[in-house]
Design a protein around this ligand. Structure first.
Ligand code: FAD
Length: 561
């Protein structure tokens, strides 16, 4: 490394003063050093993946990977619509750091590889990996998530699945644009949202015209949002003669020629800046039918079930990484004669954030366990997954922006500065409650599940019953929830789903977390002994135990920086 002129003269930081009381760099650290995560991994049937998870955690917390995350977000993807001769190319160029992140994530099984892994717990292991790798940066989690989620939807068209699934589940990242079957690994995206409607996809105007060849159509129309447009194949909704249908659209056709996939522009977004989100147009675009005509929503919902879990996972990961940053800063920064972590009010803030983070992580892993068992044919878990994923998507992603804002504030002014990485987490957080069904849409989806699939309520209350008698506040919340269900309406859907989420999180913590964690969660989130901001835990809460569980080695008595 080349030293600066100041360093050559022996200055450290500045000629006018000594730099003191700034936290040292957090990296290298182990992003898997998270008791709630490791306990959840074992409980949900993927203890066998622990060694790999620990290795991934050290990698995620390394200075090298943190630099990739930073660079991939500073050097945003650029759209190249034409080549120098005026031919359309529709290519997106990325910083090399993006490719490093993608290559590692895919090699570590964070895309679609669990579908090719027969081991019980394979989907849990992937989710736990996402919780750990999510400490890096969220943008590249979009294509890996869509690739994971495309597989169950594609399986509704077995001949297409036979061809493409082995490549989607590959652990090789192959970013070169080529005919899909000639590649070592594929990425999948999805195109549902159009200008006139995203949540209400029934308003899609893109048309699908059948050709003489069975199952082959041509598309004409547009999408308003299609992320990761450099993917190899896309699941796209379009109006066929039989109604809204799902199609597979390759960017390169089997004869090696380019399919028509005109990228009009890339979105200039609040966050998620490493990832490209595009506006494509289709005009004579070749597409293959996936699932029956007219069953597009039913087909693509298989994909959405998986991406929704990933939204919960990514929100929980953002919470955890923000908490780790906040705890690190509080441990090393002193104000008014004591380290911040030892200031009682800062301990209250950190403990409150730690409760929220553990509840999010524990719920994420429970949902991943349900998905894993449902995929292997467990009907009870399928019913639980159906309702609890929508509940978790609504609530955990809603908590993300408030959580990341509070964690950012723990770093004071430093937290507001890009170098800290905290602004990136803060900007990312609201996206997770927008895509894959915005807040209202998820809340209404819970009502839909309750009315159309009564087994889902049974599965949820069956889960809650496992904690019956352990905490009076929890028992009271379950009783209130039953009343709430009988009065469910669109107007009050958010109230109901919030109540469901908190009761479910509390039941999981009562069953699995140490008593002070469960007790403080029940007292505040169910018992009402709480304010409206983080850091309002009651005096009786076991703050030290909560902080030490969440931030090992960061509590009182840990070495001051
Ligand atoms: C960065 C980014 C990347 C994206 N990538 C993709 C992608 O790759 N593929 C893709 O298909 N889409 C993508 N999207 C689109 C995203 O999924 C939609 O924006 C989202 O589903 C909401 O749809 P909309 O924008 O049309 O809003 P609308 O559907 O118009 O919703 C606006 C608001 O109204 C609420 N609302 C809707 N219906 C109701 C109702 N019945 N009752 C009460 N409230 C309601 C919603 O909750 C929301 O708050 C992306 C979006 C972003 C921001």
């Amino acid at each position: 490394m080349v030293s600066t002129p100041d360093e050559q003269q022996g200055y450290r930081g500045s000629a006018t003063h000594e730099v003191t009381n700034q936290a040292p760099p957090l990296a290298p650290y182990d992003a898997s050093d998270d008791t709630a995560l490791l306990e959840g991994l074992r409980r949900e049937g993927a203890g066998w993946a622990e060694e790999d998870l620990r290795r991934l955690g050290r990698q995620a917390g390394s200075a090298q990977v943190r630099e990739w995350a930073d660079l991939a977000n500073r050097h945003e993807p650029e759209l190249r619509t034409h080549d120098r001769y005026g031919n359309r190319v529709d290519e997106v160029d990325f910083h090399p750091s993006w490719h490093h992140l993608m290559r590692t994530a895919i090699a570590e099984g964070l895309a679609a590889s669990p579908w090719a892994d027969g081991r019980p717990g394979a989907h849990v292991a992937r989710t736990a990996g996402g919780l750990v790798w999510g400490h890096t940066e969220a943008g590249h989690g979009c294509p890996t998530s869509m690739t994971y989620a495309a597989v169950p939807a594609l399986r509704t068209q077995p001949e297409l699945a036979k061809l493409y699934e082995p490549l989607l589940t590959s652990r090789e990242y192959d970013p070169v644009l080529r005919e899909p079957t000639e590649k070592r690994g594929l990425l999948a995206g999805m195109g549902m949202t159009e200008k006139q409607g995203g949540s209400d996809v029934r308003t899609n105007t893109t048309t699908a015209t059948p050709t003489a060849e069975p199952g082959v159509y041509t598309l004409r129309g547009h999408k308003w949002f299609t992320s990761a447009p450099m993917c190899d194949v896309f699941l796209v909704l379009a109006q066929a003669p039989g109604g809204l249908s799902c199609f597979l659209v390759p960017r390169v056709l089997p004869d090696g020629t380019r399919n028509t996939f005109r990228i009009q522009r890339l979105k200039d977004k609040l966050g998620n800046r490493s990832n490209a989100s595009s506006e494509p147009e289709f005009d004579g675009t070749v597409a293959w039918l996936v699932g029956p005509e007219g069953q597009g929503v039913k087909t693509i919902i298989e994909m959405v079930n998986c991406t929704r879990l990933d939204c919960v996972m990514m929100s929980a990961a953002l919470m955890r990484t923000s908490l780790v940053e906040a705890g690190h800063h509080a441990r090393h920064r002193s104000a008014f004669g004591a380290r911040l972590v030892d200031q009682p009010l800062m301990r209250n803030v950190l403990a409150d954030l730690a409760l929220e983070s553990e509840a999010a992580t524990t719920l994420t892993l429970r949902l991943a366990g349900a998905a894993d068992r449902a995929i292997r044919g467990d009907e009870g878990e399928a019913a639980f997954r159906r309702i609890a994923t929508a509940v978790g998507k609504y609530w955990v992603t809603k908590r993300g922006p408030a959580f990341t804002a509070e964690a950012l504030e723990c770093l004071g002014g430093n937290g507001y500065v890009e170098d800290s990485g905290m602004p990136r987490h803060y900007r990312e957080a609201p996206l997770l409650s927008i895509w894959e069904g915005s807040g209202n849409v998820n809340a209404l989806d819970v009502l839909r599940a309750l009315s159309r699939e009564p087994g889902t309520a049974e599965a949820l209350f069956g889960e809650l019953a496992l904690a019956r008698g352990a905490d009076a506040r929890l028992d009271g919340a379950v009783t209130r929830l039953k009343t709430g269900l009988s009065e469910a309406s669109q107007t009050t859907a958010r109230r109901l789903v919030e109540q469901m989420a908190l009761t479910l999180q509390a039941s999981l913590l009562v069953r699995h977390a140490p008593a002070p964690v469960a007790d403080a969660f029940c007292a505040t989130r169910l018992g009402g002994d709480w304010g409206h901001a983080f850091g309002t835990l009651p005096r009786t809460a076991g703050l030290d135990t909560i902080v030490e569980r969440a931030l090992p080695g960061e509590g009182p008595g840990a070495g001051a920086g």
